[in-house]
Structures are given as C-alpha cells and as structure tokens.
Ligand binder design. Structure first.
Ligand code: AMP
Length: 255
C-alpha cells in the first residue's frame, strides 16, 4: 500500500494543478446557496438503502462493520492526531487477559479523532487537503494530558471502545482545532463532528454494545491501569495532525 505524505510545507504546485477549490463562504446559510457538486457524497451513518448492494467483509477491517457503501471513487476520510502506538502496549495486553470473554482487540493506530469518517470522492482529495493545510498553518504545538477513562460506542452500537479522555483543561485547545476541521467539512457538504465532542484515545475495542458491562467493570480496569503506570496521567505532545483518505496519508506539522 503506498502512502503519500505531504506536510504543511509541501509546495502548492503539488496540489494546485486542478481548479477544485471549495466555496470560500463558511456559514451554513451561504453553503445552502452553493450548489454542491453531485460527486460529494453525504455520509449516511446507516445503510438503509435497499436497492444498493452492500458487500461487507468484516474480516478485512478488524471485524468492523462498514457503515457506508464501498464504491469505486468513494474514499473513507478522517482527520486525527496521531499518538505513539506502543504507549499502551502493556495495559492493552493485561486488559485483554482480564476480560477474555469480551475478546477485546487492540487499536493498532492510537489517535485522537478530529472528525467522523466521511466519504470523499477521489478527485476532491487534493483540494480538501489543501483547505485543511490552510487552516492549520501557523498553529503551534501543544501538550494535552489524559487521566480519566470512558467507554464509548459507535452510533450504530456495533462496537464498544475503552478510551482515555483528554483532561477538560485541554478541551478548548482541541476544540479550536476541531472548529477548523468542521469548517472544511461544511465547505464540502460533509458531516461535522459530534455536537458534544469528547476527545479521547481509544486503546481497546470489542464487537457489540458492551457499554454497560464495561462501565460496571470500570473500577477493575482502573486498578489494572494503576498497577501498570508509574503515573496515572498520560501526556501527549500534539505536534502534527493527519488526514487519511483511502490509502493516502497527509501530515500537517504544527510549529
Ligand atoms: P475513535 O477512537 O475516535 O474512533 O472513537 C471511538 C468511537 O467513539 C467512535 O465510534 C465514535 O462514534 C464514538 N463516540 C461516541 N460519542 C462520541 C463523542 N461525543 N465524541 C467523540 N466520539 C464519540
């Protein structure tokens, strides 16, 4: 799989060879007046379309159930803060052992999401990335800490996640970044993040809705975590953001 990287210092000419600029007006009102290209697909969140054949192959994506139709030209796209993935190796293994019956899976690429997974058409990727790059220019690196745990499920309740939550003190910093991401999403007619964003690092997940089971075992989970860590606080330096679109990966370095 080839990974294409360009960071915020990438020359404009690499991505500026087509006139694919999105509309510049950002308010929802002005967006409504802008005629969206028919090729921009809205993420539906469900798969109720009965005349579309949805072929899902869970074994090809960690057992995850795809929530949009896989079609040539539609690229699953998301924006996130990458996190060193070996950081939680030990606690992942210990919790997998302690909760064998849940068949917990490790999250391979630890991250803090700044977007939902949306569907972007291939020919719009370059201008979408260029737009993100514009918004992240001049942003300074910063550190966040995480100490509390929270159990999440996806909207379809087909997967449950164990996650560290970013401390509330740092919420606003990430929220400002999120607003930039949301504005690009809106420009492209794509869904923005949750109304009540909760920034977190999921490090284990399992199939099905196991929120209640895991919540009732939170104390046991916390005990295992505290036996493992010298300090109960994780500190993450945020010095870059990434956008993944299909098999392409774009990096935006912060100052
Ligand atoms: P992630 O680790 O970013 O992939 O997130 C794990 C799951 O948390 C996703 O499937 C989200 O749908 C879910 N989630 C539920 N509520 C929220 C929220 N308020 N903010 C962010 N993610 C959420």
């Amino acid at each position: 799989m080839s990974l294409v990287n360009y960071d915020s210092s990438t020359s404009e000419s690499d991505i500026d060879n087509k006139d694919l600029s999105p509309p510049t007006k950002k308010s929802k009102q002005s967006l409504q007046r802008f005629q969206l290209p028919v090729s921009i697909l809205k993420f539906s969140g469900t798969k109720n379309v009965t005349d579309d054949v949805v072929i899902d192959e869970p074994e090809k994506h960690d057992g995850r159930i795809r929530n949009f139709k896989h079609e040539r030209g539609n690229w699953a796209t998301y924006i996130y803060v990458p996190v060193n993935s070996s950081l939680l190796d030990e606690v992942q293994q210990q919790l997998q052992f302690a909760f064998k019956s849940l068949e917990l899976q490790t999250t391979n690429d630890l991250h803090i999401s700044l977007s939902r997974t949306v569907v972007l058409q291939y020919h719009l990727i370059d201008s979408f990335v260029k737009s993100l790059k514009t918004h992240f220019t001049n942003w300074s690196s910063f550190t966040v800490s995480l100490r509390d745990l929270k159990i999440y499920s996806n909207e379809e309740k087909t997967r449950t996640f164990i996650a560290y939550v970013v401390d509330s003190f740092y919420f606003e910093k990430l929220y400002h970044l999120l607003l930039k991401v949301d504005s690009v999403m809106e420009d492209y007619g794509l869904p923005i993040f949750y109304d009540d964003p909760s920034f977190h690092i999921s490090f284990l997940w399992c199939l099905g809705d196991k929120v209640d089971v895991l919540n009732s075992n939170l104390k046991k989970i916390l005990d295992i975590l505290s036996q493992n860590n010298d300090s109960d606080i994780l500190k993450i330096k945020i010095n870059e953001l990434k956008c993944k679109s299909g098999n392409k990966e774009f990096t935006f370095k912060l100052k």
